[in-house]
Every structure is written in C-alpha cells, then in structure tokens.
Design a protein around this ligand. Structure first.
Ligand SMILES: NC(=O)c1ccc[n+]([C@@H]2O[C@H](COP(=O)([O-])OP(=O)(O)OC[C@H]3O[C@@H](n4cnc5c(N)ncnc54)[C@H](O)[C@@H]3O)[C@@H](O)[C@H]2O)c1
Ligand SMILES: CC(C)[C@H](C(=O)O)[C@@H](O)C(=O)O
Ligand SMILES: [Mg+2]
Length: 412
C-alpha cells in the first residue's frame, strides 16, 4: 500500500472534443503499478490473468460487454489477457451449493485483477445467511483483503439532463466516496438471531471498528483527498455510536500528518441531506462500510444513474476487485436493458489501478465519453434528443469508439 500511495495517479487527459475528464481529474486514485511489479515480478511483461465473475441478473450481460471492450482494447494496446470466468453468487449456489466456491476464491487470488458483475436475486432472497449470494460477495472482499472501496461520482456534462436534480445543482459534481469495505456492521460479532427476555425474536449485528482498521482507511482517504482538491469530509454518527466516536477520534488524530488536507466531519444523516442540497461542497468523503454503501447509491443518482458508477476495491497487496456499484437488477435482467457503462468504467479502473495500464484505461474512458457524445443512451440515462439503445448495442457502440480512437487522440 505504501508504494501504491507513493505513486499517485496523474489526472487523465483525453483529447476528445467534448471531454473534460482531463480538467476534472476523474480518477485521482493511487496507481498500483509499482506494488504490482514488486509483488509479481511482472515488470515489462504485458500479459495478465483476469478473473471474471459475471454473477447473477444483469451481471452476465454487463460483464460480457466489458469483456469485449477489454479484449479489443488489449489487442490495440499490445496487452494479452487470459480470462478465467468463475461462478459466484446465486449462480454458484445453483451449480456448487455455495455462494463463493473455493476454486473461485483461489482463482481470484491467483489472478492479476478481478472484475465482478453483480450477485443476488429473488430466487435466493430467503436463503439462510451463509447460503445467500451476498454472503459470497462479503467472503470475496474479505478473502482478497480489499478494505478500501473507491467510488467516484462524476456528473458528466453529457448526462446533466439525466440527473433528477436541477442542472445548477448537479452540474460539475465530482466527488469520491472512500468506503471502508471489510469491517463494521457487515462483519462485526456478535451477530445473529435469538430471543429476548420476553421470548420475542430478535436479530442483532455489531458495528465494530478497531483503531488500526480506521487508521488504514483514513490514510487512503487522506492520500486520495491530497491528490484531489485537498478536502476530506469524514462521515460518521459520532453523536450516538461508540464505533463512530472512535472513528472520529482516530481520523482527527491522523489529520496532523496531512496538513495540506482540510478535514471536516459530518453526521451521516446530515451528509445524506447535504448530498442532495449542495453536492458540490464535497470532494472526498471517507466513511464506514454501511454508510458508504448507502451514500454511494445516493451519490450515483447525482450522475444520472446507478448504471454509471464504477468502483475499485484495493488492499495491501494482491489483486484488486473491480465492480459496478449497482446490483443484479432483477427487474430488468434478461431484457437487454441494463446500462453496461458502470462495468466498462470499472474495467478502465482495473486497467489503471489494478494493472497500471494507463493508456488502455484512457482509451476506454475516452470511448465511453465519445459514445455518449454520439448520443447513445440506455433507458436509465435516456433524455429527449438522444438515441435509446439496449445493453448489447451500447456495448457495440463503445467498441466502435474504442476502435476508432488513435493513439494521438488518447494521451496521458
Ligand atoms: N455488488 C453487488 O453485486 C450488488 C450490489 C447491490 C445489490 N445487489 C443485489 O442485487 C439484487 C437487487 O438489489 P436492488 O434492486 O436493491 O439494487 P440494484 O442496484 O440491483 O437495482 C436498483 C435499481 O437500479 C436499477 N439498475 C441497477 N443497475 C442498473 C444498470 N446497470 N442499468 C440500468 N438500471 C440499473 C435496477 O433496475 C433497479 O430498478 C439484490 O439481491 C441485492 O442484494 C448486489
Ligand atoms: C450486495 C451487498 C452485499 C453490497 C454491499 O452492501 O456492499 C452492495 O450493496 C454493494 O454496494 O456492493
Ligand atoms: Mg450497495
């Protein structure tokens, strides 16, 4: 992680007429190039094993698009990918009886990076906890040790009209949610079911953080904020919860190591409100697992749709996990209606932060922008005057743009 943080990504500069990714510093996340080369001895070699976990619902639809985009990009950029597709979530439950088979975790651990679609669905909703697709996802995150989940929410000028917020509120939003991913109430013990003194059924979970868990996510957030606008807002519920009181104490303590970062604190209920009232007041937000889950879904709607938000999850070492923030969307699964762009942009994050392949990542980001410039929209981001397309067609249009970009039009 230290090497990764030392090698912070430069802002992306893409020479496409209407793109302003370059000005926006769209992906100010630490690059993992140096740590990867140190860890795998792969310096100079441009051949990678990628584990693909399509999952359930729209997962296979959006991962198929991202795989095609990765394959074409690789051939144009002189990279070799060896894809290993493994079962995960509900489809793994059906095939192997568990949501995360050992072979899936082992393959993921042994690869250079992991791309996940989404898991879950009505069929498995009533399963016992250990047999839920969602449990498999938590096991995957814990197994890979990816404690830092970076969820950028950027309102692209092409999609301002797709936002449910007024243009003047949404326009120019560019924030990063740094979500703690392997601790808190998702993992805290004790948890379970039981009965109380009145013999009434109870369910309980524990919001639990150790100082070291808070410190490591705070360091990531301070570093990310330092490379953005130097503003970090830590979101907690320190007026009520002990775990949040410790969170605030540790984050405040670490601030002295980052004098160039302006730290503020906000209670989560207020943060949820402020994100809608005036989202541009935020730059980098750091928060715990559950608040980050909720606030990032909220932030996604500033950008027009949850179908636009990618994410990168990283740990101290080993492969990163890259996934859209959305779920398996059972309401539209199998209908070719899903927006694949969040997964395509997650693939770009994989290239940039998982593999250090910046030029390839930029090619994909530029292709997404160009596809939007050409007016193609899935239903979730459709507005009048644009062309409504399905998931597959959107993928085909992105591929055309990947193919038509010349090295001269994609520079770092
Ligand atoms: N990381 C994951 O795999 C993940 C994340 C969230 C939810 N889930 C699971 O997904 C299932 C459904 O959960 P949910 O309905 O609360 O959340 P969801 O994100 O799947 O869907 C919420 C809404 O957003 C829409 N949507 C989501 N992604 C879209 C896309 N790419 N394009 C267009 N529209 C999109 C859906 O149609 C739905 O109306 C549940 O089983 C849940 O546990 C998984
Ligand atoms: C499916 C669920 C376990 C997951 C989470 O809560 O982390 C999802 O909502 C997400 O945001 O990736
Ligand atoms: Mg979520």
């Amino acid at each position: 992680m230290a090497a990764m943080l030392a090698n912070l990504a430069r802002p992306i500069k893409i020479k496409t007429p209407d793109s302003d990714f370059g000005r926006r510093k769209l992906s100010p996340i630490p690059s993992r190039t140096s740590i990867r080369c140190l860890a795998s001895g792969k310096s100079g070699e441009r051949s990678y094993t990628l584990t693909l976990l399509p999952g359930d619902g729209i997962g296979p639809e959006v991962v198929a698009v991202a795989k095609d985009v990765l394959s074409l990009t690789a051939s144009l950029e002189g990279i070799k990918f060896h894809f290993k597709e493994m079962p995960m979530g509900g489809s793994a439950l059906d095939a192997a009886g568990v949501p995360l088979p050992d072979e899936t975790l082992d393959t993921a651990k042994g690869s250079d990076a992991v791309l996940l679609g989404a898991i879950g669905g009505y069929k498995w909703d009533k399963n016992e906890k250990h047999l839920k697709p969602e449990t498999g996802l938590l096991q995957l995150r814990a197994g890979l040790g990816v404690y830092a989940n970076l969820r950028p929410a950027v309102v692209l000028p092409q999609l301002v009209h797709a936002s449910t917020l007024k243009k003047e509120v949404a326009e120019g939003v560019d924030l990063m949610v740094v979500r703690e991913l392997t601790g808190g109430i998702y993992f805290g013990k004790p948890r379970g079911f039981g009965t109380n003194d009145n013999n009434e059924d109870i369910g309980f979970n524990t919001e639990l953080y150790s100082a070291s868990e808070i410190d490591r996510i705070a360091h990531v957030a301070f570093e990310v904020a330092r490379k953005r606008n130097g503003k970090l807002c830590s979101v907690d519920k320190a007026n009520v919860l002990e775990a949040s009181m410790l969170w605030r104490k540790r984050v405040t303590m670490l601030a002295s190591e980052y004098p160039d970062v302006e730290l503020s604190h906000m209670y989560v209920d207020n943060a949820a409100m402020q994100l809608i009232r005036d989202p541009k007041q935020f730059d980098t937000i750091v928060t715990n697992n559950i608040f980050g889950d909720i606030l990032s879904d909220e932030a996604s709607m500033l950008t027009g749709s949850i179908g636009m938000l990618p994410s990168a999850s990283i740990g101290e070492s080993g492969p990163g996990l890259f996934e859209p923030i959305h779920g398996s969307a059972p309401d539209i699964a199998g209908q070719d209606k899903a927006n694949p762009l969040a997964t395509v942009l997650s693939a770009a994050m994989l290239l940039k932060y998982g593999l250090g392949e910046e030029s390839a990542a930029q090619r994909i980001e530029a292709a997404v922008i160009e596809t939007l410039n050409r007016g193609f929209r899935t239903g979730d981001i459709f507005s009048s005057g644009t062309t409504l397309v399905g998931c597959k067609r959107m993928g085909e249009e992105v591929l055309k743009c990947v193919d038509s970009l010349t090295p001269a039009s994609v520079t770092s």
